[in-house]
Design a protein around this ligand. Structure first.
Ligand SMILES: CC(C)(COP(=O)(O)OP(=O)(O)OC[C@H]1O[C@@H](n2cnc3c(N)ncnc32)[C@H](O)[C@@H]1OP(=O)(O)O)[C@@H](O)C(=O)NCCC(=O)NCCS
Length: 183
């Protein structure tokens, strides 16, 4: 399949059933999973739940999904645009292996996905959420043009460290994105 998206340094493509090892390696790093599940995901679970869900997503929403990201040095992780309960609104997300942090890849991919959502995909709003304590992720949101919208508290039976500081939502609407482009 052709690339879903290309930027100066990144190429995003759909995952396939052959990508189990790449995904299993990514989700096996406790630092990568720290603000997600708080622990590594087993290879078995990636094979039986994580990868099948990604592949099912392409069938349910052919223009959206979770996409394998390649930089000049190879596989670096994934970026995603997911549907939300709101019309014409997508959720942007990213997960990169630790070797790829600190190079600006997350911001580069996120900015390009936002542009795609507002142009090619005809979306009106892009949102992103994370734990309030996930500062690296919040920095990516800010650098990508998303604005802080709200902080809220959720109840979890088995909360991750930092849950007490809440969850945050960032968002950007099409008009603001267009205005930013002409600043
Ligand atoms: C969230 C995550 C993607 C952020 O990655 P990141 O590398 O910090 O973010 P960016 O790709 O935007 O890189 C920014 C950094 O690269 C540096 N950088 C180096 N070269 C750069 C370049 N050419 N362009 C821009 N920035 C560059 C920046 O100065 C910045 O450095 P700093 O972190 O010291 O301030 C990463 O930490 C991750 O995958 N975490 C685990 C999964 C996760 O929590 N996902 C979010 C769940 S909501």
């Amino acid at each position: 399949m052709d690339a879903y998206l290309e930027t100066e340094r990144l190429r995003l493509r759909r995952f396939t059933g052959d990508d189990l090892e790449l995904l299993a390696a990514l989700d096996s790093d406790p630092e990568v999973m720290r603000f997600l599940t708080g622990q590594p995901t087993s290879r078995d679970e990636v094979g039986s739940v994580v990868l099948p869900r990604i592949l099912e997503g392409y069938a349910a929403h052919p223009q959206l999904g979770t996409f394998k990201a390649e930089a000049p040095e190879g596989f670096i992780g994934w970026f995603g645009l997911q549907p939300t309960a709101e019309p014409r609104t997508v959720d942007v997300g990213y997960r990169l292996n630790r070797a790829a942090w600190g190079k600006g890849y997350a911001t580069e991919g996120t900015r390009a996905l936002i542009a795609k959502a507002f142009t090619e995909l005809g979306m009106e709003r892009v949102v992103a959420d994370t734990m309030a304590v996930n500062h690296r992720s919040r920095d990516v949101m800010r650098r990508s043009g998303l604005r802080f919208e709200k902080l809220w508290h959720e109840h979890f039976d088995d909360p991750l460290p930092g849950t007490e500081f809440g969850e945050v939502l960032y968002a950007l609407d099409r008009a603001t994105w267009e205005a930013d482009a002409h600043e």
